[in-house]
Design a protein around this ligand. Structure first.
Ligand code: DC
Length: 231
């Protein structure tokens, strides 16, 4: 397949966006970009420097020091995708903890942070052949993406998936805490002023609460093939 398109996958947290995006990128030979990892890395940066903690958020210091956070994805051949590096350190594991998840919505609601990351994301997608997942990919980052998918599923299904994932990674968490985080992030992500999570008018909604991963992949791959025929 020589034709290259841009695929934007948006949706609520823990809808399995990254799994499907990675699979698609692999199948098509495209680059996969996990934009959430970038917001998570900025959150870790804020934690490392004491800009955010359980009872305070020094947004001014974060904004003044944005240039000190260097983010890059470095391809890991054995995993088959790029891992997130913050100031030359692989932070792929650290950014997935519940602690980072608990602060990430605040950091990602900061317009200056969004501006920095959206600029990098646009640059990464300028040659197309990219699958990017996040919250504002179809509405802000790649408004002209040929294919936009909006993934949903119930909060209970998503919390259970996230809980299973964290337990498997050895994190000591309760289902209740994970559920609370999922619901709170839904609320913060959809109500923030700058680029709230919203389905783009031209996005195709897929509710995967009752879909197997295989069925979901089959549906989305069919959509990709239709788009590739059209362009
Ligand atoms: O996809 P994720 O759950 O790893 O994303 C973490 C957080 O980052 C999510 O709660 C909202 C934010 N985010 C965002 O605001 N915009 C994006 N494009 C991606 C993620």
């Amino acid at each position: 397949m020589n034709k290259k398109i841009t695929i934007a996958i948006d949706g609520y947290s823990s809808t399995g966006k990254s799994t499907i995006a990675k699979q698609l990128a692999h199948q098509l030979g495209y680059v996969y970009v996990d934009s959430g990892a970038m917001y998570r890395a900025m959150t870790l940066f804020s934690m490392q420097h004491g800009y955010i903690s359980s009872n305070h958020f020094d947004v001014v210091s974060l904004i003044n020091n944005l240039d000190n956070a260097h983010l890059e994805f470095i391809y890991n051949h054995s995993l088959g995708f790029g891992e997130m590096y913050l100031n030359k350190v692989n932070v792929e594991k650290t950014i997935r903890t519940l602690e980072v998840s608990n602060y990430v919505s605040k950091v990602s609601a900061t317009p200056e942070v969004r501006k920095k990351l959206v600029t990098i994301q646009k640059e990464m997608g300028k040659h197309k052949a990219v699958v990017m997942d996040g919250r504002d990919i179809g509405t802000v980052v790649f408004t002209d993406a040929e294919l936009k998918i909006f993934m949903t599923s119930t909060a209970e299904t998503r919390a259970q998936r996230r809980f299973d994932e964290l337990i498997q990674k050895g994190e000591q968490v309760s289902y209740k805490d994970v559920y609370t985080n999922v619901v709170e992030r839904d609320s913060l992500d959809t109500t923030r002023k700058d680029s709230p999570l919203v389905k783009a008018d031209d996005a195709i909604e897929i509710d995967n609460s009752h879909l197997t991963k295989e069925k979901q992949f089959e549906i989305i791959l069919k959509l990709v093939e239709e788009k590739l025929r059209d362009v």
